[in-house]
Ligand binder design. Structure first.
Ligand code: NAD
Length: 441
């Protein structure tokens, strides 16, 4: 009796925790969506878009919420919440990552899908915008459980995805392994190989060696362009907040350039600081072996905030959304923030940063290297002609260079932020494509 009561109490507590975190995730996602919509509205005002066009571009074309029931290794059946949003299909198939995160929500997925639309248009690749997510904590699940989640999620969204419709890619908590499971599930359901519903696949099934590091290398390339434009004197001191796939690749790339010095780095465990430069090999080895970075034997161990607020020229937030917010924006000492992560800077924080003269290079430009590499992965598949890693890296770099100039030009000409300029360019291209195609029926 007592045991039953205790079991019920534990169950109730766990349910309450799950419920509370779901409510928190939803509230966080709604704030993210409001920020994304406000960002769009500013661009729409600049472009003087009419009400009808504005409403059309603001709404996602499709939002799908799915239940992902999975039997865990304990025998227990858990049902995870999954989402896939196609914000725009105007310039091509929806394109966007799949993330596994406890804070995932439908509204956040909508915000991220909208961001993908402007990003793909900004770097001029023939895609719309999409995003997917499963609300789960990958670190607490076994490989077999993650495979079941991925396959069940893929089967639930299968009618909507595929080449020409919607193409997934890795994001937080997912990688080439998950993309291979999605590809395999999709092919099994369709009864054949009809092109890939994912990019960022393993190289043995049509992926590219350049894809894994492409986002981080792109962040490094954009940081170099921004540093040149702002005439920052070398060595340019860089702090990287979030030393995962994106942050590590960006740091490794910049550390190989004698004009840059990595003075700060952090992951979820904490950070390391050294004003004379951290040892990148030590940081990378630690991160590749699963961290925690707080134990990497280079520089001084510090709390997370110390890396965000480090004395540096360039801050690269490359972890999660909202880490630069109204509580810490005034303490940021960098001259420029290069957004490796999606939406690491809240709107309220950006207003403070801009007033303090900090340049914010928006995610739509700074981390677009990944989606550009994804595009070339699809191109090589369509042509049946693989590109070498070097060819891929050069093409991504060239496309990013091309995308930066108009953003800097428009920001300078109109006296607006780089983010507003980038959003204006993206929104304008999607609006033009929509007007050229007209409205069905
Ligand atoms: P990842 O899971 O490989 O790495 C995330 C890292 O951030 C981990 O090291 C984690 O410990 C750390 N972290 C989490 N919270 C933190 C915090 N509060 N402070 C400091 N560090 C923290 O993820 P990733 O693939 O590197 O993606 C990072 C970001 O880049 C995400 O916002 C993602 O949407 C964005 N992004 C990724 C890609 C890609 O190709 N992987 C492409 C475009 C954008």
């Amino acid at each position: 009796m007592c045991l039953t009561f205790r079991t019920l109490a534990v169950e109730a507590l766990r349910e309450k925790t799950v419920e509370r975190s779901a409510t928190e995730a939803d509230a966080f996602g709604t704030r993210r969506l409001r920020d994304a919509e406000a960002q769009f509205d500013r661009a729409a005002d600049q472009l003087e878009l009419g009400t009808g066009l504005r409403e059309y571009l603001r709404q996602p074309r499709r939002s799908l919420e799915v239940a992902v029931p999975v039997q865990l290794e304990s025998g227990e059946v858990r049902t995870f919440a999954g989402f896939r949003v196609q914000h725009s299909l105007t310039r091509g198939p929806a394109k966007g990552g799949l993330r596994y995160q406890p804070m995932a929500s439908l509204d956040e997925t909508k915000a991220l899908a909208m961001g993908m639309t402007w990003k793909c248009a900004l770097v001029n690749i023939p895609y719309g915008g999409g995003k997917g997510a499963v609300r789960c904590t990958p670190g607490s699940l076994t490989e077999a459980e993650l495979e079941r989640i991925t396959r069940r999620y893929a089967s639930e969204i299968a009618p909507l995805i595929g080449p020409g419709r919607d193409i997934l890619a890795p994001d937080i908590g997912t990688g080439a392994r998950e993309m291979a499971w999605v590809l395999d599930t999709y092919a099994a359901m369709m009864g054949g190989s009809f092109g890939s519903p994912v990019t960022g696949r393993p190289v043995v099934v049509g992926g590219s060696r350049a894809r894994r590091t492409a986002t981080g290398r792109g962040v490094a390339e954009v940081a170099r362009i921004a540093a040149r434009h702002l005439q920052l004197s070398p060595p340019v001191r860089v702090a990287v907040a979030g030393f995962g796939e994106v942050g590590r690749s960006a740091a490794e790339d910049l550390a190989s350039d004698s004009s840059f010095l990595i003075v700060g780095a952090s992951d979820i465990s904490g950070g390391r600081l050294d004003p004379h430069g951290l040892d990148i090999d030590v940081l990378s080895a630690c991160s590749k072996s699963g961290g925690p970075l707080i134990e990497a034997e280079t520089g001084e161990a510090v709390p997370l905030d110390a890396v965000l607020e480090a004395s540096c020229d360039v801050l690269v937030p490359a972890a999660v959304a909202g880490v630069v917010n109204d509580l810490n924006a005034d303490s940021i000492r960098a001259d420029v923030i290069v957004e490796g992560a999606n939406a690491p800077t809240t709107h309220a924080a950006e207003e403070i940063l801009l007033a303090n003269g900090v340049v914010v290079v928006p995610d739509t430009l700074a981390n677009a290297g990944g989606v550009i590499a994804s595009y070339y992965e699809s191109v090589q598949e369509a042509n049946g002609l693989p590109l070498s890693e070097q060819e891929m890296v050069e093409r991504v770099g060239r496309r990013l260079d091309t995308a930066c100039s108009p953003v800097i030009g428009l920001a300078t000409e109109r006296g607006i932020s780089w983010r507003d300029a980038a959003t204006c360019i993206g929104v304008e291209r999607v609006a033009e494509a929509h007007l050229a195609r007209g409205l069905y029926p």
